[in-house]
Each structure stands twice: as C-alpha cells, then as structure tokens.
Design a protein around this ligand. Structure first.
Ligand SMILES: NC(=O)c1ccc[n+]([C@@H]2O[C@H](COP(=O)([O-])OP(=O)(O)OC[C@H]3O[C@@H](n4cnc5c(N)ncnc54)[C@H](O)[C@@H]3O)[C@@H](O)[C@H]2O)c1
Length: 349
C-alpha cells in the first residue's frame, strides 16, 4: 500500500506517517514546512519507504506528483491555529479552500481514496450537549476572521461530497475535536502546549475570558489510528465522522490540573479575549462530541484521560528553551521525588 500524507511534517501528520510506516506502507509526504518541521519525522526520515517532498498544496503540479501512484491520500495540510488564522486570514482561506481543491483533483486524476481531515470547528458556536455529525453549524459573521477557518473547512467538506457525487471519488471525512500530544506547538494558539510550557517555565498561565469555556481534549494516540481505520472502512465513505475526547473540562480546570501535575508554582492569569486576539474576537463556550458514529463504524473509544494527555505533552515538550532548561530539570527532579511516572520521550504508541 502506498499512502500520501499532506501536512506529514506537522503534529498529527508526523504521528500518522510513523503509524503508516509501522503498518508496512510506502509513504509520500507533501509539506511546505510552514507550521510543520522535518524534525518531527526524525525517527523515520531515513526510512527508504518514506519520500519527503517540500512543496505547497497550492501548487497543483506538486500535489499531483505527490499523489501519483498512491492508493490513498490523507489530507492534513492546512493553515491551522486560531492565532495564525486571525493574523493571516487570506492565507488561511487560500490554503484551506484552493489547496484542498488541488488535493481533490489529484485524487480523482490518480484514482486514490481520500481521508479529508476536517475539524470540529465547523460546528462553530453550537453548544449542544453532544454534537452529532448532523448538528447545525452556528457560525459568527463571515467578517470575523476567527470563523474563516470553520467556513473554509466546511466548504472543503462540501467540495469533497460533490467530488464523490459527480466524479465518484472515494472519500471519508474525519472531524477531530481538540487533539493534543507530543510535537504540538503552542505557537499558533494551541491551549495545552501553551499552558504546559508556561507552567514549566514558571510563567503565569494565561487563560482567556473567564476560563469557564469547556472542551473535550483527545489524544493523538487515540485519534491518529482512527484516521487509518476510517479510510479503510467502506461504510465510512461519503460520511463525516466525529473523533473527540471523552471528558469535558473547563480551561480554568485544565490550567489547575496542569499546575498540579507539573508541580509548577505559576499562577493563573485571566486575560480578556480582546487583549489576546483584538476587538470582536468570538469563542465558543463549549464543544462536546457525540462519538457514537465513530464507535459504530470503527470501534472508536477515546481512552486517554486529561492527566495522561498533559503528561504526554509535558514530558516531550520540544521547545528547547523549555525541555533543556533548569525548570525542566527541576520538573523532572520534582516528579522523581514524588515518584511520579514520566513517560519516556519516545514516539511509541
Ligand atoms: N490538532 C487538532 O486539535 C486538530 C483538530 C481538528 C482538526 N485538525 C486538522 O488536522 C490537520 C493537521 O493539523 P495539526 O494540528 O497537525 O497542525 P500542524 O500545523 O502541525 O499541521 C499542518 C501541516 O500542514 C502543513 N502545511 C500548511 N500549509 C501547507 C501548504 N500550503 N502546503 C503543504 N503543507 C502545508 C504545515 O507545514 C504542517 O506540517 C489540519 O487539517 C487541521 O485542520 C487538527
């Protein structure tokens, strides 16, 4: 089996590439290294079955060349992260709409099956108790940059569906909720690596708004294997499938857990959204997945709890300023003194 992974040098993509190589696939990566890093693939970069291509999904020739000869394509390349989208909305729209069209075209041209990685962001401000795949989307104004990501990803799903209908493309759609794990960077506004990094550096933990907004975090080790099972499951074709965490937690509670787990003496600082993202920024109060379709189709169950997720990030945080700092040493010594288990720094699943 030959698989192409767009965005394979990123957080989720690099874990997926490792998993596919482990399963015996040949893998082609296409990544423009905008938010991903080849270093994320350092454990497998010398594997002769891995072909690493630097290029953009905005370049149709590069996409076709990366897809040619592949049986299946995992499309993860995207402009991601609230901060990046708010600061560069145009780039986000172009990459997330036109780039995806190029991937869809290439899959049709080369007769490859596709897993389109969408996002729970498409549900917007819908705060239902459990969002099923048919839940309504409640988005703010198209002029509020934050919603352009959800709008573009929603359009991607519609495009994919239309390509299936009109060109017979075999496509399944994954909607991950907030997924966390080693190699995720806090640079673009991802909350767990941000807060863990602040805790390890003994800086104030910045929690936006009143901190009562809640999320269900899931682990990369639960979500990435589900990508592979979804593309292999014939009944998933033509469907969009939620992949979310099992426990709802407010961001304030999360920050408190992080302080307790890392033993940090940092304090929590509530920061108004406007201070962080400018006037008119909107966020959603809660987002809770209904995972029953994923369970029915592929037996998906999110097994990793919040504490374990925090540990996996803290113990592998790759920001050299943190991981090799005195604070990091102190953290490890602290954890040893408390006989707390620190997972080994590895990529094992
Ligand atoms: N991490 C999450 O919580 C989460 C949740 C829902 C959906 N997703 C989706 O999962 C996918 C991967 O996200 P991630 O969290 O791993 O982020 P990431 O930033 O680590 O990965 C995105 C990758 O795409 C690459 N990329 C960006 N623009 C590109 C372009 N024009 N051409 C080629 N490559 C490009 C980046 O360099 C990076 O390697 C995205 O599609 C994202 O929307 C992630």
């Amino acid at each position: 089996m030959r698989s192409t992974v767009t965005g394979g040098a990123g957080f989720l993509g690099s874990h997926l590439v490792e998993l596919l190589l482990d399963a015996g696939d040949e893998v082609v990566v296409l990544d423009d290294e905008s938010t991903g890093r080849p270093d994320n693939l350092r454990d497998v970069i010398d594997d002769p079955r891995l072909e690493y291509r630097v290029g953009s999904i905005l370049d149709p020739d590069a996409v076709r060349a990366a897809v040619r000869g592949s049986d299946r394509v995992f499309h993860l390349a995207a402009a991601v992260g609230v901060r990046r989208i708010v600061e560069h909305p145009l780039e986000g729209l172009r990459v997330n709409v036109h780039g995806t069209e190029n991937v869809l075209d290439a899959c049709v041209a080369h007769d490859a099956r596709l897993l389109l990685v969408s996002t729970s962001e498409i549900y917007g401000k819908n705060t239902a108790d459990a969002l099923s795949e048919t839940a309504d989307r409640i988005l703010g104004s198209p002029l509020v940059a934050r919603w352009t990501y959800a709008a573009a990803k929603g359009l991607d799903e519609s495009f994919a569906h239309a390509y299936m209908q009109e060109y017979g493309l075999e496509v399944a759609i994954a909607r991950p909720f907030n997924t966390v794990g080693p190699r995720q960077t806090g640079r673009y506004g991802m909350v767990v690596p941000n807060l863990v990094g602040q805790a390890l550096r003994e800086e104030p933990l910045t929690v936006f708004g009143d901190g009562q907004q809640s999320r269900c975090f899931s682990s990369v080790y639960d979500v990435v294997p589900a990508f592979v099972r979804l593309i292999e499951e014939p009944h998933a074709l033509g469907q969009a499938v939620n992949l979310g965490g099992g426990t709802e937690i407010s961001i304030l509670e999360l920050a408190e857990r992080i302080l307790s787990i890392t033993g940090s003496r940092s304090r929590i600082r509530l920061v108004p959204y406007e201070e962080a993202y400018g006037d008119g920024f909107e966020d959603m109060r809660r987002r809770v997945p209904d995972n029953s379709l994923a369970h029915e189709l592929i037996g998906f169950v999110p097994r990793t709890g919040v504490d374990e997720i925090v540990w996996s990030v803290a113990s592998t945080l790759e920001d050299p300023g943190v991981a090799r700092s005195a604070e990091w040493g102190a953290f490890r010594a602290y954890a040893r003194a408390r006989r707390t288990h620190i997972p080994a720094i590895s990529t094992s699943r």
